[in-house]
Design a protein around this ligand. Structure first.
Ligand code: UFG
Length: 326
């Protein structure tokens, strides 16, 4: 298929583009390169374009006979979204609506959307199922949940078919070592732990050691980025035959605490990794673990990287070879 990937130069996007190219799809990537890296896009056509640029988008759609869109371009920092909600509603919703408008204009009616565990807020049940209530606790999560609801309305009114993928904690790097995770600023646990292992940071702060969990630190569900990327390929291929739209969780079904992540990283890297207790980070739920049974049953998705040590080892390979990022 000829597939447009928005946000294809980002961490998730670059891995999705690589998987699409390896499964013989044609890829057109757009990214405004505010957070993304041009070097991370390993093939296909590339456009430096913002989704707010309606005319620019129209030109790209008129130049390529696009069959489906994988929409990943978004702002995605929970803390920043609390401080600057306008940015999140503007970029994730208004610009996202621009994309939908151009898609409908060109009769492109297949979309894979990158959603998030943040749509669940503080979950009632663990593991979390897709049917559990969506009650996000911050503007980032709300922007993603609203967009899912917009997609449901567009499905009913305009027959737009979509698959929304609710990611838990994406982690690791492509095993080739060519692409990896490089955010600025970095806020995610595993890259921060590995930057500490490299000596680029003096110590890691553990945000909260008094949670009601097995060791007092937060528990998260880490899913390897290549497994996550493969789910996008399955989803876009499923849309070819699909009559229905779907929402799927994407996680491992296993939870690891912050302390367990640090301990595993010490083992993988052979480095000390100083870590000190710190205040809780506002808005962090104690435990987030996904049930991913639905995507396994319906799309035949499975994990290939199924332990934390391997996930961290792939991330370490990237960080060791690219200590300053891209
Ligand atoms: N943490 C630390 N120290 C750090 C950084 C993180 O202790 O320096 C902890 C966090 O408090 C959290 C865990 O490590 O308990 C994981 O934190 P991340 O920032 O790596 O990931 P989150 O679970 O906060 O974020 C993920 C996704 C978001 C999504 C969110 C939903 O990356 O996109 O889950 O809550 F919105």
């Amino acid at each position: 298929m000829r597939i447009l990937v928005t946000g294809g130069a980002g961490y998730v996007g670059s891995h999705v583009v690589k998987e699409l190219l390896e499964t013989d799809h044609q890829v057109i990537t757009i990214d405004n390169l505010q957070k993304g890296h041009r070097e991370a896009v390993l093939g296909g056509e590339f456009y430096d374009c913002d989704l707010a640029d309606y005319q620019g988008l129209k030109q790209i759609f008129s130049r390529h006979d696009i069959e489906a869109v994988i929409h990943l371009a978004a702002d995605s920092l929970v803390g920043e979204s609390v401080e600057d909600p306008h940015k999140y509603y503007q970029n994730n919703l208004t610009s996202g609506l621009n994309l939908l408008e151009v898609m409908l204009e060109f009769s492109v009616k297949k979309l894979v959307f990158s959603s998030t565990a943040a749509v669940y807020g503080d979950p009632q049940n663990i593991p979390i199922k897709e049917s559990d209530p969506g009650e996000p606790t911050n503007p980032y999560g709300r922007s993603k949940l609203f967009y899912e609801k917009i997609l449901a309305d567009y499905h009913r009114a305009y027959e737009l078919k979509y698959v929304s993928l609710r990611y838990f904690n994406a982690a690791g790097a492509d095993s080739s070592g060519q692409i990896g995770e490089d955010h600025d600023p970095e806020t995610h646990l595993i890259p921060l732990v590995l930057q500490t292992a490299l000596g680029r940071r003096q110590k890691l702060e553990i945000y909260g050691t008094d949670y009601e969990t097995r060791d007092g630190t937060c528990i998260r569900d880490y899913i390897h980025i290549t497994d996550l990327a493969r789910a996008h390929v399955l989803a876009v291929e499923a849309l070819k035959q699909a009559k229905e739209s779907r929402i799927y969780n994407l996680g491992s079904g296993e939870g690891y605490s912050v302390r367990e992540v640090i301990e595993t990283a010490r083992k993988v890297t052979g480095r000390e990794i100083p870590a000190v207790p710190a205040e809780r980070r506002a808005g962090d739920p104690p435990v987030l673990i996904a049930s991913s049974e639905k995507i396994m049953d319906e799309l035949g998705w499975e994990r290939r990287f199924d332990d934390l040590e391997t996930i961290i080892a792939t991330a370490w390979k990237w960080h060791e070879n690219n200590p300053g990022g891209y």
